[in-house]
Ligand binder design. Structure first.
Ligand code: ADP
Ligand code: ASP
Ligand code: MG
Length: 459
């Protein structure tokens, strides 16, 4: 699209979509822009509740699943009700009616899906996506309606008309060519004075069903749309003032970073910084569109700008951490050593398309850290053909990102000193990626992360 207008894609997450007061703030922010495209998550807690409802229904507890669905319905209606009470509009009755109709329609659909899952005693990935996306389907429509009540020309656009994907339900891959084509309609809408409001996280599969882009996928939607319309910026509005040196929820002295490269931000997301979905930066990077992360409760704060080449070269840029890591050690049978052994280990990883978080090798053994423990049984069966397999779970991974290569030894020393003798299962340094990874006990994860952060970033 060759747009003559300067488009800003604004994404608001679950915490920003929490209640009628935060909706008001969201709409105030939107009103500051001339040509915004708005992407929203489900309201806080909704996606988690939908996941739970699906699980309950498929395990036979339809009653509790329907209770959740009712709670979702009541909560959304209450948000709209309070919003319309506090923001009087001539069109109040009309807006209320259309919101109630939409919530009822979506909840009816949800209940049908839940009943079907209960009857079948199972939940296909396809049905799971249809269920999980209900939150965004509802929130985006209602926010667009509340925008009208607040005097904006907001218009809901169903993400199924824009975000075309493959059939990999639960973690679908976008079809960029189709998305680029479909997003052309947004520019026309904006030239006519309307502000599109789109639900993040979901789209339509090649088979014509609802698909989702993986947890936290609304960030990805924003970036896909931003790239398609050649936006001037993509802004991720959330509950913290940017990307921090580490998760501020657990590391109280973490501080926001002014700038970050696409590469480092992607590594942070991949290694567990929840503030961004790991694929978010790719579409933006391909079109060199800056991505900002801003605090919706403190819009005056600068936040973080993610661009191609960031300035500055600190000893370590940031630290991410995540629980739920399993370590596998495969030790070669005597008949299979050296090169052959390593090749076969990596062939298994390739077969399952398994991203490995950290790895250590010797000629006769390989230790790998994985976050995906669901297919552990299957891969260990394959590994048993090559060697003996030892599995240790309940581990956590700490990743130091953007390490200055020349300081690698000094950084490792600081890390080990700060942990003061605590046992570490695996430590690896990637020169190419400038990342130091260490795996340790999950129950010591946060405490260890705090100590390392203190040592590296505060001294
Ligand atoms: P949203 O609902 O807006 O998508 P998320 O909860 O997905 O918000 O992401 C924001 C949260 O990400 C923050 O509240 C923070 O706890 C967490 N987070 C993890 N790592 C970082 C980091 N390095 N910088 C900022 N926030 C982080
Ligand atoms: N609501 C979805 C989730 O919680 C997508 C998102 O918020 O980005 O994962
Ligand atoms: Mg998020």
């Amino acid at each position: 699209m060759n747009s003559s207008i300067e488009i800003h894609v604004l994404k608001f997450g679950g915490t920003s979509m929490n209640d009628h007061q935060t909706w008001k703030k969201v709409l105030e922010i939107i009103s500051e822009y001339e040509y915004p495209i708005v992407v929203v998550s489900a309201t806080a807690r909704t996606t988690r509740q939908l996941v739970q409802a699906g699980k309950l229904a498929s395990s036979g507890d339809l009653e509790d699943a329907l209770k959740i669905s009712n709670e979702i319905s009541v909560r959304h209606k209450a948000i709209v009700h309070s919003f319309l009470e506090e923001n009087p509009s001539d069109r109040k009755d009309l807006i209320w009616e259309s919101c109630i109709k939409k919530v009822d329609e979506k909840v009816h659909k949800l209940n049908k899906l839940l009943s079907y899952a209960a009857k079948e005693g199972a939940l296909s990935p396809q049905m799971n996506d249809a269920i999980m996306s209900i939150g965004e389907q509802i929130s985006s429509y209602l926010l667009a309606q509340c925008g009208l009540a607040a005097g904006l020309l907001t218009q809901h656009v169903d993400a199924r008309k824009l975000i075309m994907t493959d059939n990999r339900y639960g973690n679908a891959n976008p079809n960029l060519m189709l998305i680029n084509q479909k997003c052309g309609s947004l520019e026309t809408m904006m030239e006519d004075g309307f502000t599109p409001v789109i639900g993040g996280f979901y789209g339509e599969s090649a088979e014509g069903n609802i698909s989702t882009l993986g947890f936290e996928g609304s960030d990805y939607t924003a970036s896909l749309i931003g790239a398609a319309v050649h936006a001037k910026t993509i802004e991720i509005w959330t509950d913290v003032s940017g990307v921090y040196t580490s998760d501020p929820r657990y590391i109280p002295d973490a501080r926001p970073l002014e700038e970050l490269s696409y590469f480092d931000a992607t590594e942070m997301a991949y290694f567990g910084a929840k503030v961004l979905h790991p694929s978010t930066l790719k579409p933006a990077q391909e079109r060199n569109i800056p991505v900002s992360v801003k605090n919706m409760f403190k819009p005056e704060e600068p936040g973080t700008r993610i661009i191609r080449d960031s300035k500055g070269d600190p000893e370590v840029l940031a630290m991410a951490f995540k629980p739920g890591i399993t370590i596998l050690t495969i030790s070669a049978y005597e008949t299979l050593m050296g090169y052959d052994f390593l090749t076969r280990v990596f062939e298994v990883l390739k077969k399952y398309r398994l991203p490995v978080d950290a790895v250590n090798t010797t000629e006769a053994s390989v230790t790998i850290a994985l976050s995906n423990s669901e297919i552990l049984d299957r891969i260990s069966n394959d590994f048993i053909e090559i060697g003996t397999v030892q599995i240790i779970s309940d581990k956590g991974l700490i990743s130091l990102i953007g390490c200055r290569i020349s300081e690698a030894a000094e950084i490792s020393k600081k890390v080990l000193n700060s942990l003061n003798g605590q046992s570490i299962d695996l430590i690896s340094f990637s020169k190419e990626k400038r990342i130091l990874n260490l795996v340790l006990d999950e129950d010591k994860l946060v405490e260890s992360a705090q100590k390392i952060h203190e040592k590296i970033f505060n001294t």
